[in-house]
Design a protein around this ligand. Structure first.
Ligand code: HSE
Length: 307
């Protein structure tokens, strides 16, 4: 088996839930972290960009922990690693920054070992670390993904999206912890709300595969998580209204927030979203992007070694 000394992986940000698809739908977008992992004399972590001031540099680092799990699962040893993270995906904004670290870590570690684990094993491992599948699955495989946990295994399928979609992201300069945002969710929901979401999640997949922007307004509505998370994002309705008023087809909270994501024909609604957030006293960054079709990939590998 040919293994590597050093590997560089590019991994996309992800929009989980997409409105009605709570823990079930996710989309990778062209907005990337880049990660280099190499065999070294001693463990060393360098982070630049997002999280440089706070991501752990020791064994708690998510890339290192993930690499260790991949090696264990493969029954192999990686030894000490030098990890260099160049992060664009901001932390705790609902854009899958931890999923990116996990997805990138699995692909990098697997490549260093000569790819002993198949994709399914990487996904199960990644999902075990993340807790839910809707960020790590698209981060690993790219595109639009339908996914669920079935007896501890990730069941997933990539969905062929038709049409040209821009994703406009309003990324507030405030943070939301996913754990806290999950604590706000109820144990049970009214039956009509469950029916509301099932119909819309199905419609959303049909709209994106059938190039039907006209359906997205209804298809991105949600009653399972966004209303309960409103205390953390009190300005959500105002930003969604502003985006729709400025031409967005459909708008939703990205993951557990606070980022708001819009499907749109172009970036024009970004300014309206920014104004609405500013009206609530919240500064934000606007990113206009597209679907990333590939997911985490090796972009550079060096020095094959025989193992
Ligand atoms: N589906 C998860 C949630 C995604 O909404 O809690 C977190 O980014």
């Amino acid at each position: 088996m040919s293994a590597l000394r050093r590997v560089t992986v590019k991994v996309p940000a992800t929009i989980a839930n997409l409105g009605p698809g709570f823990d079930a739908l996710g989309l990778a977008v062209r907005f990337y972290n880049v990660l280099t992992v190499e065999r070294a004399e001693r463990t060393e972590v360098t982070v630049t960009g997002a999280g440089a001031d706070r991501l752990p540099r020791d064994g708690r680092n998510l890339v290192l922990r993930t690499a260790e799990e991949v090696a264990q699962k493969a029954g192999r040893a990686l030894g000490p690693l030098r990890v260099t993270q160049r992060n664009a995906i901001p932390l705790r904004r609902g854009l899958g920054s931890s999923a990116a670290a996990i997805a990138g870590g699995t692909v990098a570690a697997n490549a260093l070992l000569g790819d002993p684990l198949p994709l399914g094993a990487l996904l199960d491992l990644a999902c075990g670390l993340e807790g839910h599948p809707d960020n790590v699955t698209p981060a690993l495989v790219g595109g639009l993904v339908a996914c669920t946990l079935d007896g501890g295994r990730v069941r997933w399928a990539k969905v062929d999206v038709r049409g040209t979609w821009r994703l406009v992201l309003a990324i507030p300069e405030v943070e939301v912890s996913t754990a806290e945002a999950r604590r706000l969710l109820p144990q049970t929901v009214p039956f009509p709300d469950a029916v509301f979401n099932v119909g819309r999640a199905a419609l959303l997949v049909a709209a994106l595969t059938g190039d039907r922007p006209d359906l997205l307004g209804a298809a991105t509505q949600d009653r399972l998580h966004q209303p309960y998370r409103r205390p953390l994002v009190p300005w959500l309705e105002a930003v969604m209204d502003a985006a729709r008023g400025a031409g967005a087809y459909g708008v939703m909270l990205s993951g557990s927030g606070p980022t708001v994501a819009a499907f749109a024909p172009d970036g024009a609604c970004g300014e309206a979203m920014q104004r609405a957030l500013a009206g609530a006293g919240v500064a934000c960054q606007i990113v206009v992007t597209e679907i990333d079709p590939e997911g985490a990939r090796v972009v550079k590998e060096d020095n094959p070694v025989r193992v």
